[in-house]
Write a protein that binds this ligand. Sequence first.
Ligand code: C2E
Ligand code: MG
Ligand code: MG
Ligand code: MG
Length: 280
Amino acid sequence: QAKEQDRNNFQFFSREMNTKVLERMMLETSMRKALDREEFFLVYQPQVDVRSGRIIGMEALLRWQHPDMGLLGPDKFIYLAEDNGFIIPLGEWVLRAACKQNKAWQDAGLTPVRVAVNLSSKQFGQQRLDEMIASVLMDTGLEPQWLEVEITESAIMKNAEQNATILHKLKEMGIALAIDDFGTGYSSLSYLKHFPITRLKIDRSFVRDITTNPDDAAIAEIIIAMAQTLKLNVIAEGVETRPQMEFLSFHNCVEMQGYLFSRPVPAEEFARLLREGLKY
Ligand code: C2E
Ligand code: MG
Ligand code: MG
Ligand code: MG
């Protein structure tokens, strides 16, 4: 009986493996055509200053409307794009689309806000990331102060010295730098003084149970205090409830992003939020 169970498990496992491999192959082939076919698009999630209730920024998040597989989130395909190098043209497309959209909103007279774009560590391996970004800003006409790049701790540390040079160039251009998923990636804090960081994003894993789990609460409080001491901005991601919001603002973290304020929304809807303000 045990044997039969094993066999069944094995079959199940290998069938699942095959599906995974097939899915991966399908995604890899269709990925290359998807840019030309305009299947990628961005959604935008507001970042809020809870003192005023105003939108102070937005994070651009990538989506793929796949012709056969439906709507795909980044967790389904970014790692593949990183493995096969497609992240280089895709990452440039994301940056360009986000800057272009932000400039269009400013030209239309909407309140200017910063747009945050996620960068993959693989894009740092790219030749002249700083020049790519400079030419996107030039082409789109967006002023650098309206752009922020988000990088994880582990991405920064992968090639620390080379990355420091690139990030200092971005800083000189006037671009802001946020550390994404802060607190999850790297144990040493000394890198904070070697990089021109402007903002820490408290990872949503600490925010989730912030009102019930003393450890999470302590970690969040320490990150906030550290940001204050180092004169960095701090924003909490994944804020879903009013008690989470209240806890954070009581502890002097006033910038927040999360479903409580808005899910990531398509461009037209984000423009409406900019015009009419948030209701939460
Ligand atoms: P991230 O940069 O940490 O982005 C935040 C993720 O949390 C987003 O997931 C967002 O939809 C989700 N989120 C926001 N508020 C809440 C909330 O209140 N509750 C919960 N449960 N989730 C919330 P998404 O859009 O699926 O993106 C996942 C990850 O994919 C991102 O994590 C980022 O690392 C990566 N990613 C997204 N767009 C890009 C891109 O253009 N380039 C690169 N390289 N990576 C991207
Ligand atoms: Mg991010
Ligand atoms: Mg994040
Ligand atoms: Mg995260």
